[in-house]
Write a protein that binds this ligand. Structure first.
Ligand SMILES: [Zn+2]
Length: 202
């Protein structure tokens, strides 16, 4: 019930980590970046689609700017951790400032955990939840668990909890499928080039 299918259109919600879904609101980071929260309304829709505010909390232009700043700090910090390093202190500080503003309540509702936002400035409180998730994720995993997506143009992040640490993509629904299709295309191209010599070998 947390997703609003209308508002969710165009968002990349296939990553199970809230903070990394937020990073994916700027997609194709290493190719032709696509801004998926171009307006305050779209940020509100993204929050609603992620269980943060039922109808999309009101967002100002200033908050949209702050949100993007938070997003890029999460991306930089996550990329640093994925590379075996530690986040830049200024990014840590920014995340910590956001988490200090945390005012949402986690409630049990019909057997499901939900975020209940305060009445004043709910969108800012919702973003504090995203920052909290980023801190818990980036600082709460073992070595090598935070990874960068291997799809060439993505630049997204994910938590690899697969057996043997073999996951390669931020989301199977987007990058995983893209890679599968690309592999299939190149396999077909190869077999098309030299049909006589490739029989029997996949
Ligand atoms: Zn990806």
């Amino acid at each position: 019930m947390s997703a609003d299918p209308r508002g969710a259109e165009g968002f990349r919600l296939g990553n199970e980590i809230l903070a990394f879904r937020f990073v994916a609101t700027l997609s194709d980071r290493r190719g032709d970046p696509v801004e998926r929260i171009p307006t305050p309304e779209r940020l509100g829709a993204w929050l609603a689609a992620n269980g943060l505010g039922e109808a999309g909390p009101p967002v100002s232009e200033a908050l949209l700017r702050d949100a993007r700043e938070l997003r890029e700090a999460i991306h930089r910090a996550g990329t640093a951790v994925a590379g075996g390093g530690v986040p830049d202190p200024t990014d840590e500080e920014l995340l910590n400032r956001w988490s200090a503003r945390h005012r949402a309540r986690l409630v049990l509702d019909g057997g499901r955990a939900r975020w209940r936002l305060p009445e004043t400035d709910p969108a800012r409180a919702a973003l504090a939840v995203v920052a909290l998730d980023a801190i818990a994720t980036l600082g709460g995993q073992g070595d090598g668990v935070i990874k960068r997506c291997e799809q060439a143009t993505c630049g997204g992040l994910f938590v690899d909890t697969s057996r043997g640490g073999r996951r390669r993509w931020c989301s199977m629904a987007t990058c995983g499928n893209k890679m599968k299709k690309a592999n299939l295309r190149s396999a077909r191209a190869r077999s098309g080039e030299t049909p006589a010599h490739r029989g029997g070998h996949a």
